[in-house]
Design a protein around this ligand. Structure first.
Ligand SMILES: [Zn+2]
Length: 352
């Protein structure tokens, strides 16, 4: 059967895939398919094969994942490397009908490697322009690495503020959330927000409910990366719902990094253990994302496929897909334009 035959049916899943989607949690560096890493290595005079990259990516715990991330980002050395990765990411997004994405860039890693963040970012913006004219709207998040500390985070925030008018919409923080307390970063977040940036924090991925609470109360995060630890704290879940603080849920990532198993105190976890349905039923705004799709062997379409296996109904899945546009850091007018386009397409596909 050809691929066109596979997707030509009018099954619910095929029609759902045709809807315009938004992705709010994806790291550019995590979109590097093995073939892309091989190409970058070749340009740098190193012979690497795809199976070696795949083996490096096949991590089962969080520290191993951080090591793999560190390794693969070591191939991003010059603006041209980022250009290649940004083009391939954009192609993959358009192929999945992603029309809007907020893409995270590890500016903290660029600075650690003494790279010119502005030169990298300008090259990326130029590289994605042709895809934007084909209907992909991108905004950017500059991410600090938590374990590098507040001074390094401040430098990331400074770069983000400088490039705000060039498409950086938010300041975020990833890495090892257990390494340093949120309070160390309060001033950095206040500086970023005072200069027009939105606030994001990876929290409650491997840390506990307090990590999420501190992200909300100390850093005033507007959305939380992951936040799965909130499942253990009904009061925190109520707080997130009440304040409309969205959780960016990345189910495959939570399995592959071992984060979910860790919260359960077990060696392994499966999809049926994931708290996403509980969050949904508690009224917490949710979006579904890939996090690092190449490293975890997933795609946005695959992540949405998992929702049915998690027991959600078709209209509930639709509302999560639609909800991602509500959670986007966009002016209200642009947000409603996406929202209307989603509804119109859903109607045309008889999905409503
Ligand atoms: Zn992430």
């Amino acid at each position: 059967m050809s691929s066109s035959q596979l997707f030509s049916g009018d099954s619910w899943a095929a029609r759902f895939r045709a809807l315009p989607k938004a992705e709010l949690h994806v790291h550019l560096e995590g979109t590097m398919e093995p073939a892309t890493v091989v190409a970058l290595a070749k340009n740098q005079g190193e012979t690497l094969d795809e199976s070696t990259v795949a083996t490096r990516y096949a991590t089962r715990d969080f520290n191993a994942f951080l090591e793999a991330y560190k390794w693969v980002t070591s191939y991003l050395r010059a603006p041209a490397d980022y250009v290649l990765v940004a083009r391939r990411m954009s192609e993959q997004m358009l192929a999945q009908n992603v029309v809007y994405a907020e893409v995270t860039l590890s500016a903290g890693v660029m600075l650690l490697r003494k790279q010119d963040v502005e030169a990298n970012f300008c090259a990326i913006r130029e590289a994605v322009a042709p895809y934007e004219s084909r209907g992909l709207h991108l905004q950017w998040i500059f991410d600090a690495v938590r374990q590098f500390g507040a001074a390094a985070a401040r430098e990331v925030a400074r770069c983000a503020v400088k490039l705000r008018d060039a498409g950086v919409v938010a300041f975020g923080m990833g890495g090892d959330e257990l390494a340093r307390p949120a309070s160390e970063f309060r001033k950095v977040y206040d500086y970023a927000a005072a200069n027009g940036l939105r606030r994001l924090v990876h929290a409650g991925e491997i840390g506990g409910p307090d990590s999420v609470r501190h992200a909300v109360e100390i850093l005033r995060a507007e959305r939380i990366g992951h936040g799965i630890a909130a499942a253990a704290d009904p009061n925190l879940m109520a707080l997130l719902a009440e304040r409309f603080i969205g959780l960016e849920i990345c189910p495959t990532s939570n399995l592959r990094t071992g984060a979910l198993a860790q919260h359960l105190g077990r060696a392994n976890a499966s999809l049926s253990d994931h708290p996403l349905p509980r969050f949904f039923h508690a009224g917490i705004p949710l979006s579904v994302s890939t996090d690092d799709p190449a490293m975890f062997g997933t795609s946005l379409a695959s992540e949405f496929d998992l929702l049915e296996q998690m027991g959600l109904g078709k209209q509930q899945i639709m509302s999560i897909a639609e909800g991602a546009f509500h959670g986007a850091f966009l002016p209200a007018s642009e947000q409603s334009a996406f929202f209307e386009a989603f509804r119109a397409k859903a109607e045309a596909l008889s999905l409503l």
